[in-house]
Every structure is written in C-alpha cells, then in structure tokens.
Design a protein around this ligand. Structure first.
Ligand SMILES: Cc1ncc(COP(=O)(O)O)c(C=O)c1O
Length: 479
C-alpha cells in the first residue's frame, strides 16, 4: 500500500520570502503610519496623539522599555493597557509561540479538543480551588458577555448590577454595565435590567439585590478607572449579600488579575470566593488575545446541560493554540521569575515614594494602589496663584490637568503614563510587573521633577495648559 509522504515535524524548510518580512514592511511604511490611520482608520485618534505630541515612532519593545526611531529608550507605565505584565517580547513567550508554529500543530480543528486549552484551564483553576470550570474567550469584553449569559442561564433572573465608575468592556452587555456615560452616549438602548449602584456601598447593594431578580453583581475588586480601592471588608460582605439574595458574585479581574496587585488575583487580598472570576489582558502575554471565565461547576452545567447544547455559547477562535500557549507561558514566567513578588515589593516602594510627594506637594491630593496598579490623584491646590490656574483649566475641561503631568513625563523624561479615565484627576501607573529598582528611581525622579514644575505658576507646565485648553475649545467647536 503506498503511503502519502509524511511532513516532518518542523515542516518543509523554505527559503525566507522577503514578501512576508513584516519587520521590513513595518520599517518601510513607518513614516506613513499616521497618514494611513487618518485616511483608513480612526482619524480622531491620530489627532489626539498629535495634539499631545506622542509622535516619536516606536520601533522596538523589550521588557518594560520602548525604543523610538531615534534610538531613545522609554519606560512604559501603561503596558498596552495592562497586557504586558511580563514585559514586551519576553523570550519565553516568543519561544512558546514559535514552538506552536514550528510544530505545525493542527489548531482549531473544532471537532476535536486541544491539550493546550486543558493545560491552561488546569493552571488557572489551581489559583481558584473553589472553581472547577474554565470558559475561554478572545478578549475581556467577551468574557464579560459570557458571564452575563451564564449568570442569566444559571439563575433564571434577568438583572445585572454594576458600580459607578466601572469598566467592563464595550460590547453591548459589558457597555450596559459601564459606569461612565461618555461610553454609552449614542449607543442606547442598552441591555434592560441593568442597574448601577455606587462602588463600595453595601446598603445600596443590598437594596439593589433585595427584589431577588438580579442574576449577578459584577465588580472590579479595584476599579481601573480612577484606581478606586474599596474598604477592606467590602468585597467579602458584598459576596455574603449576593449569597443571601441568590445573586452570583462576579469578580472582573481583567485588569487586576494575573499578578497586577501583588497577588495572582486582587480578591486574594480580601478573602472572598466569587462565583465567577474573569481574566484577560495580561494572560495573553501581550501577544495573542485571550479571555477566560473561571466558574463554579453548577453554573457551567446549567449552560452546557445537554449534548445538543454543547456549543450553545462559544466563539470560533477561542481556545486557539497560540492564545493557549501565550497563557501557559505567561503563568510559567510569573511563577519561575517570581514576578508577582516583584510587583508587591516594587509597588510598596513606589507607594511610599508617592506618599512622600503627597506630603510635599499641594497639587497631589491622594495616592492609592496595590502592587503595580497605582493612582496618583491631583486636586485643587490651596495657594491663590495655583488655585486660579487650576480653576481656569477645570472650567475648560475637567481632567485636563493630568495631561500637564503626563505630557512632560513623556517628552522630558521618556515615561509613558495614562490618565485614569474621563474627567479624572488621577494618573495611573500600570507598568510591566518586571520593573526593577533602577526603573523605580526613574519613575520617582521624573514624577518629582514634573510635579515640582507644576507648582510654578506661571511656568512651562501651565503654559502647556493654556495651549491644551485652546485645543479643547477648538475641538468643542468642531475645529
Ligand atoms: C476591568 C476590565 N474589564 C473588562 C475590560 C475589557 O477588556 P477588553 O478591552 O479586552 O475587551 C477591561 C479593559 O480595559 C477592563 O479593564
């Protein structure tokens, strides 16, 4: 019997074809990227970037650093909105992904299951021993959508409750639980039976749950927008209230999870066992999007309850081998390189330094954080000159002040930060969890210098404020 030739595990060796050299393409078209995006993608975003002067052309990323086309090194305190917990292009991640491609794994056969998804589920559920099942998705918001559906199916109830200032994603179910009206405007009507309550408010939660029509309470243990930290007993008491009224308690750890706060999950700080835990962002290693719902078995079994409902919820690309490999490698790096411990100790050091700045600088009103999720909040100063400058800027655009800190941090100190939400006075630090003491020195030196400058009115920082205010007014009138 003749047999068809078997491919070698590493596949046929082929000459590298320059047409598929994406790095060369990236370099060749780099100078056109803003034009391409203005013309074919989101022109408004390009305008924002140009207004704040972030046009340096990053050409390489390694660990916690970015390198621009001039070869300058930047410290990234944004980490792609929290995806690069183990830093950019970690060798373990690259090796894991290359191994999947080199082996030519079958991937997404669909009428089969891959060992890699099983292994990642096993690794994740080891962190949540009270949960037994994992459901994979392709993003954070998809994990939230799955949890909404699971909660409704498991309880037979329609309602979902979320907190003011929450962020759970931007697809319809998640958007219906968004605590910031800016994201919702123009997209209504949203999911019915969605209700907002204040964060960290147990009486409001009890009142919302008491009609016993709420399927789930969705909460970020530490809110991303603003870095809001609840009182120490809030989450465990909220879980108890949920139990009392038959509501599922869902911890959205999409931003706080996978080591960010100095423990694998933020709920680990609060002795609470949610019915569902949602992860995404950092689990991807920054490379291949992934999301997951970790859940109690009985909830899962209510959804996937018969063979003819085995695919009643899912998504084509979920559980793909590259995403699973990224998750597995990320968890291994966290463990092998003691990354979570690093997040805890470096976070404590930074919090101490910022607390000392809050004592020295009247513009710094509060510093909050856990691990390497830190918010530095600015507030109305007391001295007359600064207060007047602050009031003028606030009148034009509440929250614009933070740009007076983040722009000089970027331009003068090569530190990339973000403002923690609309109309917010908090700068958020969300660096790779691998930062070292020299990075902490860099952060402390830069923030101290920029904040000191902001206390000089008139001065360079406030004249930047004038320029930004003019831009904001122009944008409002459609300029
Ligand atoms: C707490 C939280 N939940 C959900 C999401 C949505 O995740 P994704 O952007 O992957 O859809 C985010 C994203 O920022 C988040 O911070």
């Amino acid at each position: 019997m003749s047999q068809s030739p078997q491919p070698t595990p590493s596949g046929p060796s082929v000459e590298r074809d320059p047409r598929y050299d994406m790095a060369a393409l990236y370099e060749r078209r780099e100078s056109e990227r803003f034009a391409l995006h203005s013309q074919r993608l989101n022109e408004m975003w390009v305008r924002v970037l140009k207004t704040i002067g972030y046009d340096v052309g990053f050409v390489r990323g390694s660990g916690q650093y970015l390198f621009d086309r001039a070869g300058d090194r930047y410290l990234d305190l944004l980490s792609g909105w929290g995806v690069f917990a183990v830093g950019r292009n970690h060798p373990a991640l690259r090796q894991a992904l290359e191994s999947v491609l080199d082996a030519q794994l079958p991937n997404l056969v669909q009428l089969d299951v891959s060992a890699l998804a099983g292994v990642l589920a096993e690794k994740l559920l080891a962190y949540t021993p009270w949960l037994e099942k994992a459901f994979f998705a392709n993003s954070g918001t998809e994990s939230v959508e799955a949890a909404v559906k699971f909660a409704r199916a498991a309880t037979g109830r329609p309602g979902v409750v979320h907190c003011a200032h929450s962020f759970h994603g931007l697809t319809y179910g998640a958007l219906s639980m968004n605590g910031d009206g800016v994201f919702k405007k123009g997209f209504e009507p949203l999911l019915p039976h969605s209700r907002e309550i204040p964060f960290d408010d147990l009486p409001a939660l009890e009142q919302a749950l008491s009609a016993r029509d709420v399927a789930a309470f969705f909460v970020e243990p530490i809110q991303g927008k603003g870095v809001n930290i609840p009182k120490v007993d809030y989450l465990s008491s909220a879980a108890a209230l949920c139990r009392k009224y038959g509501t599922l308690f869902v911890a959205d750890e999409i931003q706080t999870g996978v080591g960010r706060t100095g423990s694998f999950l933020a709920i680990d700080h609060y002795s609470v066992e949610p019915d569902m835990v949602l992860l995404a962002k950092a689990l991807s290693g920054g490379h291949v999007p992934v999301g997951v719902v970790l859940t109690r078995k009985w909830i899962f079994d209510k959804v996937f309850d018969r063979m003819d409902r085995a695919v009643v919820h899912g998504s084509t690309f979920a559980k793909n081998d590259l995403a699973m490999a990224s998750g597995i490698a990320t968890i291994d790096v966290l463990q092998n390189e003691r990354v979570i411990e690093n997040a805890k100790t470096r976070g404590e050091r930074l919090l101490r330094s910022f607390a000392s700045m809050a004592e020295r600088y009247e513009l710094v009103s509060e510093v909050r954080g856990k691990g390497l999720m830190i918010g530095v909040e600015f507030g109305k100063p007391t001295s007359f000159k600064l207060r007047t400058a602050w009031n003028i800027l606030e009148a034009v655009n509440s929250g614009l002040f933070c740009q007076l800190i983040s722009i000089p941090l970027f331009k003068d100190h090569k530190v990339l930060t973000q403002v923690a939400g609309h109309g917010n006075h908090t700068i958020k630090l969300l660096p790779p969890l691998t930062i070292d003491d020299s990075d902490c020195d860099w952060i402390e030196r830069s923030f101290d210098a920029v904040i000191a400058d902001a206390h000089k009115a008139p001065g360079a920082v406030w004249s930047l404020g004038k320029t930004l205010a003019e831009h904001a007014i122009k944008a409002r009138v459609g300029g």
